[in-house]
Design a protein around this ligand. Structure first.
Ligand code: 5GP
Ligand code: ZN
Length: 117
Protein backbone atom coordinates (compact mmCIF):
# COMPACT_ATOMS: atom_id res chain seq x y z
CA UNK A 1 0.00 0.00 0.00
CA UNK A 2 1.45 3.36 -0.96
CA UNK A 3 1.64 6.26 1.46
CA UNK A 4 0.46 9.70 0.40
CA UNK A 5 0.00 13.11 1.99
CA UNK A 6 -2.84 15.51 1.18
CA UNK A 7 -1.88 18.62 -0.78
CA UNK A 8 1.60 17.28 -1.59
CA UNK A 9 2.52 18.26 -5.16
CA UNK A 10 4.83 15.26 -5.63
CA UNK A 11 2.17 12.81 -4.38
CA UNK A 12 -0.11 14.30 -7.05
CA UNK A 13 2.57 13.94 -9.75
CA UNK A 14 3.21 10.30 -8.71
CA UNK A 15 -0.55 9.64 -8.89
CA UNK A 16 -0.80 11.31 -12.32
CA UNK A 17 -3.13 14.00 -10.97
CA UNK A 18 -0.70 16.79 -11.90
CA UNK A 19 0.97 16.57 -15.32
CA UNK A 20 4.75 16.26 -15.64
CA UNK A 21 7.31 15.27 -18.28
CA UNK A 22 8.00 11.69 -17.21
CA UNK A 23 11.48 10.35 -18.04
CA UNK A 24 11.14 6.93 -16.43
CA UNK A 25 9.74 4.98 -13.54
CA UNK A 26 10.15 1.81 -11.54
CA UNK A 27 8.02 0.26 -8.81
CA UNK A 28 9.47 2.64 -6.21
CA UNK A 29 9.98 5.97 -7.98
CA UNK A 30 9.06 8.25 -10.86
CA UNK A 31 11.51 10.50 -12.70
CA UNK A 32 10.36 13.78 -14.24
CA UNK A 33 11.97 16.88 -15.72
CA UNK A 34 12.37 19.69 -13.18
CA UNK A 35 10.01 22.61 -13.90
CA UNK A 36 12.81 25.10 -13.25
CA UNK A 37 16.01 23.48 -14.57
CA UNK A 38 19.32 24.50 -13.02
CA UNK A 39 21.48 22.59 -15.55
CA UNK A 40 21.10 21.45 -19.19
CA UNK A 41 19.88 18.14 -17.80
CA UNK A 42 17.87 18.45 -14.59
CA UNK A 43 15.63 15.57 -13.60
CA UNK A 44 13.94 14.74 -10.34
CA UNK A 45 13.56 11.20 -9.02
CA UNK A 46 10.52 11.18 -6.74
CA UNK A 47 9.77 8.33 -4.35
CA UNK A 48 6.44 6.60 -4.87
CA UNK A 49 5.70 6.75 -1.16
CA UNK A 50 5.42 9.99 0.76
CA UNK A 51 8.20 10.67 3.26
CA UNK A 52 9.58 14.09 4.13
CA UNK A 53 13.12 13.45 2.91
CA UNK A 54 15.61 10.76 1.85
CA UNK A 55 16.64 9.96 5.42
CA UNK A 56 13.01 9.38 6.40
CA UNK A 57 12.58 7.08 3.38
CA UNK A 58 15.73 5.19 4.36
CA UNK A 59 14.47 4.84 7.93
CA UNK A 60 11.17 3.41 6.66
CA UNK A 61 12.75 1.15 4.02
CA UNK A 62 16.52 1.25 3.47
CA UNK A 63 16.24 -0.36 0.02
CA UNK A 64 13.90 2.37 -1.23
CA UNK A 65 16.71 4.90 -1.54
CA UNK A 66 18.71 2.42 -3.60
CA UNK A 67 15.82 2.22 -6.04
CA UNK A 68 15.88 6.03 -6.37
CA UNK A 69 19.60 5.99 -7.16
CA UNK A 70 19.11 3.22 -9.74
CA UNK A 71 16.42 5.20 -11.55
CA UNK A 72 18.55 8.36 -11.42
CA UNK A 73 21.42 6.48 -13.10
CA UNK A 74 19.05 5.08 -15.72
CA UNK A 75 17.52 8.42 -16.75
CA UNK A 76 20.88 10.23 -16.70
CA UNK A 77 22.51 7.66 -18.96
CA UNK A 78 19.45 7.44 -21.22
CA UNK A 79 19.82 11.18 -21.85
CA UNK A 80 23.53 10.87 -22.63
CA UNK A 81 24.78 11.99 -19.23
CA UNK A 82 27.19 9.30 -18.06
CA UNK A 83 28.54 11.81 -15.56
CA UNK A 84 26.05 13.55 -13.30
CA UNK A 85 25.49 14.90 -9.84
CA UNK A 86 22.85 13.74 -7.32
CA UNK A 87 21.53 16.13 -4.70
CA UNK A 88 19.04 15.45 -1.92
CA UNK A 89 18.25 18.73 -0.19
CA UNK A 90 17.23 17.93 3.37
CA UNK A 91 15.56 20.70 5.36
CA UNK A 92 14.53 24.23 4.46
CA UNK A 93 17.94 25.52 5.50
CA UNK A 94 19.51 23.39 2.75
CA UNK A 95 17.05 24.65 0.14
CA UNK A 96 14.39 21.93 0.34
CA UNK A 97 11.05 23.33 -0.80
CA UNK A 98 9.05 20.16 -1.45
CA UNK A 99 8.93 17.89 1.59
CA UNK A 100 8.51 14.62 -0.29
CA UNK A 101 11.64 12.52 -0.90
CA UNK A 102 13.35 13.33 -4.19
CA UNK A 103 16.78 13.37 -5.78
CA UNK A 104 17.94 16.06 -8.18
CA UNK A 105 19.88 14.60 -11.12
CA UNK A 106 22.05 17.28 -12.73
CA UNK A 107 24.16 16.88 -15.83
CA UNK A 108 25.43 18.44 -19.01
CA UNK A 109 27.02 21.53 -17.52
CA UNK A 110 30.63 22.60 -17.12
CA UNK A 111 29.54 23.57 -13.61
CA UNK A 112 29.43 19.82 -12.88
CA UNK A 113 33.21 19.97 -12.57
CA UNK A 114 33.12 22.74 -9.96
CA UNK A 115 33.92 21.44 -6.53
CA UNK A 116 31.17 21.82 -3.96
CA UNK A 117 32.36 19.23 -1.50
P1 5GP B 1 13.79 21.05 -3.52
O1 5GP B 1 14.02 22.55 -3.50
O2 5GP B 1 12.68 20.66 -2.58
O3 5GP B 1 15.04 20.24 -3.34
O4 5GP B 1 13.35 20.71 -4.99
C1 5GP B 1 12.05 20.86 -5.46
C2 5GP B 1 12.15 20.93 -6.97
O5 5GP B 1 10.90 20.62 -7.49
C3 5GP B 1 12.54 22.32 -7.50
O6 5GP B 1 13.72 22.20 -8.28
C4 5GP B 1 11.34 22.74 -8.34
O7 5GP B 1 11.72 23.39 -9.53
C5 5GP B 1 10.66 21.40 -8.63
N1 5GP B 1 9.21 21.48 -8.74
C6 5GP B 1 8.35 22.03 -7.83
N2 5GP B 1 7.08 21.88 -8.26
C7 5GP B 1 7.15 21.21 -9.44
C8 5GP B 1 6.15 20.75 -10.36
O8 5GP B 1 4.94 20.92 -10.18
N3 5GP B 1 6.58 20.10 -11.47
C9 5GP B 1 7.93 19.86 -11.71
N4 5GP B 1 8.25 19.21 -12.84
N5 5GP B 1 8.89 20.28 -10.86
C10 5GP B 1 8.50 20.94 -9.75
ZN1 ZN C 1 4.04 13.51 -1.09
Amino acid sequence: MSETAPDCIFCKIVAGEVPADVLGRNDHAVSIKDLNPQAPFHALVISADHHDNAAASAAADPASVGHLVSLADEVAKASGNDDYRLIANTGAGAGQTVFHTHLHVLGGSSRMTETLV
